[in-house]
Design a protein. Sequence first.
Length: 95
Amino acid sequence: MEIEPDVLDELIELQEATDEAHAELTRLQEELGDAAQWTDEQHVTWRDAWEDAREPWWLLDTALDHYAEAIGLDREELEATVQKAAGHVPLPDED
């Protein structure tokens, strides 16, 4: 079955928000350095960023499940389509 353009757009937006959240966590982790050396304040900063990142991940995951079922596509197939449309390059073992 075909994915409606507005559904694909919504999923791409969720994927992009998830990607941005992941990039922010990566940036923060690099900035903070070794977790064993973090102050209590740095742990709180990390925890807050982690909690903020969970929301877009959860929204994307939930939307993928919902639309895959509604459209009649395999969830992994839908996820791959969304990631490709969002500009992800598959790893060699993901082909």
